[in-house]
Write a protein that binds this ligand. Structure first.
Ligand code: TYD
Ligand code: MG
Length: 422
């Protein structure tokens, strides 16, 4: 139960008319200017850069690197105009020492203003006095409106503060980023209530034990929603990963059984990932299925299909599956690679090192087609793969890369038979 506090002091009478309705044909469209920045991964996820007057929510688990990334972004935007960084979590000295750590030239940005303020109206006052191009509120859970009785971070506070900041963004043209901590359990409370209110929602995700971080856009009024940026958290902040597939495959032992290469799509960008499978005799009667980086239900389905349709005996085997690099692969197009990794470990036979696998698996053991085949195959060529197992295509397409040997298979058992024959 969440207490909703009515704010009776603000009365709005419906008779006060603002702007009269306009004809669509008469509406003027400004050229959608973007703030200049060098961080191309970040700009790409936003659909080309920060739009003035936009309100952007950046969510993620605590400690994942939101403050670090935004401090780097503020430095870049500060090259061309003032930026205000408001932190309710850290002291100015802490922010400065972090800024020095992540700055590649050892100089803090001239035009970067810091403030530690938690009252939303005073934050707005500071935005008005600095009049920055970009203001960052780190985090929305620490700011509060004094006239609302509930504590900072509660739903009424978070929503009210965001509404007030939105009004400032729209009227003054300053872009405002709101940082929101999202805990895995508390998905309902907190910043999720803001998703419909802001223009853009980005989530920064990644395994805290790995250095890769994915910045994903889940809502964007100024660009495609499926964009993903890949970063690596290093000792001097977040570094863009220009070629993520290469990074994720760097430590692969291609002669080991249980390793298969999937070609997944992260937004509009193809990504080659290594899926590892390990089967090992069960010692306590009940076989275990452990999935790391893939959905456990997906693993259970594929295990059942492998048992029933391919005839691989797995009922006395523990199965462990892992996606290298701490990635989460949700796409069904990785099914075939997952099945191949398990079968390869069960048969103790390595897959060909230059083979990638694409395809969704159906319950009757059929291979189903996946979208965006062409960019997937191009990425496989780029990384030096020479053959791909994929589902049978409906029509011949001439524009698929000719460097690849395409092995089209209708069913899982023939695909595995082919892949494991060597
Ligand atoms: P932070 O940006 O504070 O996370 P958030 O704002 O999302 O809570 O990042 C915190 C973690 O990042 C912390 O564990 C230390 C690590 N880190 C690095 O590895 N390298 C760096 O250069 C910096 C600044 C932080
Ligand atoms: Mg932080």
């Amino acid at each position: 139960m969440v207490e909703e506090v009515l704010n009776l002091s603000r009365t709005s009478s419906p008779s006060v008319v603002g702007l009269a309705p306009q004809r669509l044909t008469e509406v003027k469209v400004g050229t959608e200017e973007r703030l200049p920045m060098q961080n191309t991964e970040f700009a790409r996820v936003l659909g080309g850069g920060v739009v003035p007057g936009s309100l952007v929510l950046i969510g993620g688990d605590p400690g994942i690197g939101k403050s670090t990334l935004l401090l780097q972004v503020s430095k870049e935007v500060a090259v061309s105009g003032p930026v205000l960084y408001v932190s309710g979590e850290e002291s100015v000295a802490q922010i400065k020492s972090r800024a020095l750590r992540v700055s590649n030239d050892g100089h803090p940005a001239e035009n970067l203003y810091l403030a530690t303020e938690t009252d939303v109206d005073r934050v707005i006052g500071q935005i008005e006095s600095v009049s920055p191009r970009l203001a960052i509120i780190d985090s929305i859970q620490t700011v509060q409106a004094g006239d609302i009785a509930s504590t900072a971070g509660s739903i009424s506070q978070v929503r009210e503060c965001a509404l007030r900041l939105q009004a400032v963004a729209k009227s003054s043209g300053v872009a405002i980023f709101l940082v929101g901590h999202v805990t895995k359990e508390g998905a309902i409370a907190g910043p999720r209530v803001l998703e419909h209110l802001v223009d853009t929602v980005l989530y920064l995700e990644g395994d805290p034990y790995h250095s890769y971080r994915l910045l994903r856009s889940v809502k964007n009024r100024y660009g495609a929603t499926t964009e993903v940026g890949v970063f690596k958290m290093g000792s001097s902040g977040m570094v863009e990963v220009a070629n993520p597939s290469e990074a994720f495959l760097a430590e692969r032992r291609s002669d080991a059984p249980g390793s298969a290469i999937a070609v997944t799509m992260e937004g509009s960008r193809p990504l080659l990932v290594e899926v590892q499978g390990l089967t090992s005799p069960t010692s306590f009667g009940h076989p275990r299925r452990t999935a790391n980086g893939v959905d456990t239900n997906r693993l259970l389905i594929i295990t059942a299909v492998l048992t029933r349709r391919v005839g691989i005996q797995l009922s006395d085997q523990d199965i462990f599956v892992n996606v290298v690099g701490g990635l989460q692969v949700k796409e069904p197009a990785a099914d075939l690679a997952l099945a191949a990794a398990i079968a390869s470990s069960a048969r103790d036979r390595a897959l060909p090192p230059d083979l990638a696998l694409i395809g969704e698996i159906g319950l009757s053991g059929e291979l189903r087609r996946v979208p965006q085949l062409e960019p997937r195959l191009r990425e496989a060529v780029k990384l030096g793969f020479s053959s791909v197992v994929l589902p049978k295509r409906a029509e011949e397409r001439a524009d698929l890369p000719s460097e690849l040997k395409l092995h089209e298979m209708a069913g899982l058992s023939e695909a595995l038979e082919f892949a494991l024959q060597s």
